[in-house]
Design a protein around this ligand. Structure first.
Ligand code: PEP
Ligand code: MG
Length: 902
């Protein structure tokens, strides 16, 4: 539009702040923040994510970008007193990706932009090192060739290896300036051969092409895969940071490193990180050479070390959280290249949150926001027990905790292949790189022989919550021949089972037994969080959950249909049962009685079958009411198609046919076969089930209601406090509910009169058929509560058979991005959620005191819990092991925390 101010596509570091992540990306926003704190950040500027989105959409950069980049480059040149690519004394820049959400190593970076055949000589003079200049130039051509020009990176590796072989060495450090000049010549030839043009000599052209390549890398395959897994929106785009180069590879007085303000593995306070002398930034993350622990920097360069420690504590106080930092020392001068609130393991997240409370940096509300239900779920996994007969092979670094057992595989492709076949695998590599991502996802755990706690494998595994042991240097990993050997000569071949412990770094041949986690033992009541010897992880979990419980407005119940599950869920914090399914109670020995019920000819036979079932049902409920004494227990009347309790049609047909052929005529079997035929359905999930059964099989629901109320009367007489609620499944019309309700009321009154007590259970319904949600106002006239059955509601809203689609074709739907996560796992807010909202509105309008809950699997899913909080349900109900997760997420939702955590 004419007259409007042109869009600002480029920001100087001094113009941004940490709160502008969406626009400047995480790296750009934090570089700006550090610049404004007065920390030593090399000057630079950030091209916005808006520019990236424009580029991806239009296939070209916005018109004004070129001029804005020129303006900011000129400012950068003034600040540095040098000109980009000046043959006499070149300014060099790095061009770095940086999206709003951290995507470690997934996108591209090009270093040393500005070098060419002329300026390499200037750099040599200025740095006083020919070797350094030529090494920088060959790195530029290599990175640029691969990233920007799309040349296969192995061609460069092979050329470098060839020069090394000619010199009889395996280390690049043995190559001198002339050898590197030779490498550059070979690299330039590769570029010419594969692109039909010379390596671009114009520094500005290099920079522009690198910027576009970073934009393009947003849509690299591995980046897409990573985003899908981490649920990062695919249209966010990346920012690009153009930063003046500082060099960690100018000699032994230079180096580069990574630091954490606390241990991201355990949460312990201290100085954590890795340092690599005479190296450029990417060398550390790539794990190519082994690093030294950060405290060793004190001996190497005390000045830089002390300055770094000072900056670390400043950053922690400023961000009020664990920060991770990348830095470079150039000839004893410290430079900050990046900081961000660091990724951490689940255990560290809980410990650090309460440490920060104790240090007065955050309050308990914030501590609850700082951890997630997924992290809590991870802490509930079992861990290895020592002993057993597995042979310990070695001990590496404990990079990402957890216990993983699986067959050793040596490439990402094999990991994916084996996992697709249903095998559990551990991916073993010398080091990983971003191309290994699919394999890391498929594997139970990752084991590498090189690299420190900040290597690619470690960072990515921690981000995914995947067990990882890295830097197990004693192992000789031979990926070509798919095996590794351990000290003492043990050889582990592809397919051999190994166990790796990400908490201790231990690696075993064979399967190591596992034990329950301390957090589960705490939930079970076996560990007292206030005892002197309770570990501080248990204490942190206890404090945070207690605060979540105080804060949340959603109640948490459980889905349980045995007394054992009910009791466990209660120990885990459930305040009642939201769904007690009664179908399993009709299996096993009782199947015979169900057969009798179905085959009954006439009322007497049917009643006899029901009379046989009733006392058994009553016993089931007695025990469950006892386990949940004083708390509500929602018993759902029988839901699945009756034929599920009968033999399979084909099997029975064959059996009867064989018997007939052998001359055995069995009247009972023939009747059974006829009934099975009669009841056979093409789409049983849409057939005779739920309330329809109750209406069609006389006496069935009445028997269940009688058993519930009898059990409640008996508990009362025994001094208990039973709180039964009766739930009718699959209702689509109020008339269905009314008919069942009438019968139920009659039975309840009858039993009460017999016992002379008053236990009137609430009667309610599931909302799991779209029609029920749409007519919720009418249904509420006859229901005292609704429980959203989001499993069926999802099935019927999408028309997806829940038993078939996930394995049949969901992976293709996920690949095509039709949804980022299965709607059976996490509630589809826009579709199924809309029906839930309609149900809530309609129901509450008709009956303001209507009790509302959810008992589909979504009741234990973190994202979905936030949705149920927002629409104002009274409770969620989930499986016992998800109860703590739901408690925490309900607290976080009440505190307005981000859904997926942050
Ligand atoms: C539901 O449909 O969400 C539900 C809880 O019932 P079920 O899974 O037993 O069909
Ligand atoms: Mg259902």
């Amino acid at each position: 539009m004419s007259g409007s101010t042109p869009t600002k596509w480029v920001y100087d570091f001094s113009e941004g702040s940490k709160d502008q992540k969406d626009l400047l990306g995480g790296k750009g926003a934090n570089l700006a923040e550090m610049t404004n704190l007065g920390l030593p950040v090399p000057p630079g500027f950030t091209i916005t994510t808006d520019a990236c989105r424009f580029y991806l959409e239009h296939g070209s950069t916005p018109e004004e970008l070129d001029a804005q980049v020129s303006e900011h480059l000129a400012a950068l040149e003034r600040a540095m007193g040098k000109t980009l690519g000046d043959p006499a004394d070149p300014l060099l820049v790095s061009v770095r990706s940086g999206a709003a959400a951290s995507m470690p190593g997934m996108m591209e970076t090009v270093l040393n932009v500005g070098l060419n055949d002329a300026s390499v000589e200037g750099l040599a003079r200025q740095s006083g090192s020919d070797r350094f200049a030529w090494d920088s130039y060959r790195r530029l051509i290599q990175m640029f060739g691969k990233t920007v020009l799309g040349i296969d990176g192995e061609l460069f590796d092979d050329a470098l290896d060839a020069v090394k072989a000619e010199q009889g060495t395996e280390s690049d450090l043995d190559l001198d300036a002339d050898h590197l000049r030779d490498v550059v010549g070979r690299y330039e030839a590769i570029v010419r051969e594969h692109t039909g043009r010379d390596f671009p000599q114009d520094p500005r052209e290099q920079m522009d092409l690198a910027i576009n390549a970073v934009f393009d890398s947003w849509n690299a395959e591995r980046a897409i895969l990573y985003r899908r897994r981490e649920r990062i929106p695919s249209d966010a785009g990346t920012a690009v940071n153009v930063v003046a180069m500082v060099f960690g590879n100018l000699g032994m007085d230079s180096g580069t490193g990574v630091a954490f303000t606390r241990d991201p593995g355990s949460g312990e306070q201290g100085v954590y990180g890795d340092y690599l002398q005479n190296a450029q930034g990417e060398d550390v993350v790539a794990g190519i050479r082994n690093t030294v622990p950060l405290p060793d920097l004190r001996q190497i360069d005390e000045g830089a070390y002390e300055e770094l420690l000072g900056i670390m504590s400043r950053l922690e106080a400023h961000y009020r959280d664990l920060c991770d930092i990348e830095f470079t020392v150039e000839r004893n001068k410290l430079w900050m290249l990046q900081t961000r609130v660091g990724k951490r393991t689940a255990a560290a997240a809980f410990r650090i949150a309460t440490q920060l409370v104790d240090e007065g940096l955050i309050d308990m509300d914030e501590a609850v926001r700082r951890v997630t239900g997924d992290q809590l779920a991870q802490l509930m996994f079992p861990r290895f027990v020592s002993g057993g007969d597995a042979q310990q092979l070695t001990q590496g670094m404990n990079a990402s905790p957890g216990a993983a057992v699986g067959r050793a595989v040596f490439s990402a492709e094999e990991a994916v292949k084996w996992a697709d076949r249903g095998e559990k695998v551990v991916l073993v590599r010398r080091e990983t790189n971003p191309d290994d991502l699919a394999g890391m996802i498929a594997a139970e755990g990752v084991l590498t022989s090189r690299g420190g706690k900040t290597s690619h494998a470690a960072v990515v595994a921690r981000g995914m919550g995947k067990t990882c042991v890295c830097g197990a240097e004693e192992l000789q990993v031979d990926t070509k021949n798919r095996r590794f050997s351990a000290p003492g000569g043990t050889v582990v071949e592809e397919g051999d089972v190994i166990s790796i412990d990400g908490s201790t770094g231990r690696v075993w041949l064979g399967e190591v037994p596992v034990e329950p986690s301390s957090v589960v033992r705490y939930f079970e009541g076996e560990i007292d969080p206030d005892a002197d010897d309770a570990d501080d992880l248990v204490r942190s979990v206890h404090r945070i959950l207690a605060h979540a419980d105080e804060t949340r407005t959603l109640d948490v119940r459980t889905n349980a249909d045995t007394p054992e599950d009910a009791a466990r869920a209660r120990r885990f914090g459930a305040r009642g049962i939201g769904l007690c399914r009664t179908e399993h109670m009709f299996l096993g020995d009782r199947r015979r009685l169900v057969e009798k019920l179905i085959l009954a000819e006439g009322d007497d036979e049917r009643q006899a079958a029901l009379d046989g079932l009733e006392p058994l049902q009553k016993q089931d409920f007695l025990e469950i009411f006892e386990a949940m004494d004083g708390l509500p227990v929602t018993v759902r009347l029988l839901d699945p198609p009756l034929h599920e309790f009968l033999p399979d049609l084909t099997e029975l047909s064959v059996r009867v046919a064989v018997a007939e052929a052998e001359g055995h005529h069995d009247e009972g079997q023939l009747r059974l076969l006829a009934a099975v035929r009669r009841m056979h359905e093409e789409n049983p999930m849409l057939g005779l089930r739920g309330v329809r059964l109750g209406l069609v099989v006389p006496g069935l629901f009445a028997m269940q209601v009688r058993a519930i109320v009898e059990a409640a009367c008996e508990r009362l007489a025994a001094g208990g406090d039973p709180r039964p609620e009766i739930m009718i499944p699959l209702v689509g019309a109020v008339q269905e509910l009314e008919a069942i309700r009438e019968e139920a009321d009659r039975v309840i009154t009858e039993v009460q009169e017999q016992h002379g007590v008053d236990v009137r259970p609430l009667i309610g319904t599931m909302i799991e058929v779209p029609r029920a949600a749409l007519t919720a106002g009418e249904i509420a006239q006859s229901a005292e509560f609704f429980s959203f059955g989001t499993n069926d509601l999802t099935q019927m809203t999408w028309g997806f058979s829940r038993d078939d689609v996930e394995s049949a074709f969901f992976h293709q739907y996920l690949d095509k991005g039709i949804f980022g996560v299965s709607p059976f796992e996490s509630l589809d807010r826009d579709g199924v959620g809309r029906l839930v909202e309609l149900g809530v509105e309609g129901g509450r309008a008709a009956r303001p005191d209507l009790k509302l809950g959810v008992c589909g699997e979504h009741g234990g899913d973190p994202d979905s819990v936030h949705f149920f909080h927002e629409v104002g349900l009274d409770y969620v109900s989930c499986s016992p092991f998800r109860v703590p997760v739901a408690r925490l997420e309900a607290g976080r939702a009440a505190l307005g925390a981000e859904r997926a955590g942050g």
